[in-house]
Design a protein around this ligand. Structure first.
Ligand code: ZN
Ligand code: ZN
Length: 178
């Protein structure tokens, strides 16, 4: 099995050294033809409290259709997440699987065969975005932060707020209550 080389079209910066533009003019209209694809692109993406900043790897297969090509692909990247309850941060591998048809006429997302090439970057990024959690939780049992003192309740149960008679505001409360 031989992967085609995705040659850089604009070798200006490191982030553009590899991209996901694939030549497909020999596949269009040839239903019997297909080839594997593999490439990488540096991306910057934010969905709520999850960000991806770095390489996105795309691998899959492109085959000819009557009026274009059909791509099936897997996307891999490392996401940086922040727990919405306790604000702890961590990195986590994320994957997504997608499919995209490219014809000569752009679809509603604007994807098409242009100059005999397709750009897998857009569809791969779309699919990855959809798979990212907007409100990540580091553990489903995460207790979050104490709303009164901000303690991480996973580390310290913080049970000192039950009786507020010691609080300087207790005097005011008595005043309003009377
Ligand atoms: Zn948490
Ligand atoms: Zn507290």
């Amino acid at each position: 099995m031989s992967f085609i080389t995705l040659a850089p079209r604009h070798p200006k910066s490191r982030s553009e050294m590899t991209d996901l533009v694939v030549k497909v003019d020999d596949l269009v209209g040839h239903l019997e033809k297909q080839r594997p694809i593999r490439g990488q692109l540096d991306i910057s993406l934010r969905v709520g409290d999850t960000t991806v900043s770095g390489p996105m790897t795309v691998s899959g297969n492109i085959r000819g259709t009557v009026d274009g090509v059909q791509a099936g692909f897997d996307v891999e990247a490392t996401a940086h997440m922040r727990c919405v309850r306790c604000l702890v941060e961590w990195d986590q591998p994320v994957t997504a699987t997608g499919a995209q048809h490219f014809s000569k006429i752009p679809d509603e997302d604007g994807y098409a065969v242009v100059d005999g090439e397709v750009d897998m970057g857009g569809p791969a990024k779309d699919e990855l975005s959809l798979s990212l959690p907007a409100a990540p939780i580091h553990d489903e049992n995460c207790l979050g932060l104490c709303p009164i003192c901000g303690n991480d309740l996973n580390i310290d149960p913080c049970d000192g707020h039950g009786d507020d008679s010691d609080s300087p505001f207790a005097v005011l409360k008595d005043l309003f209550d009377s």
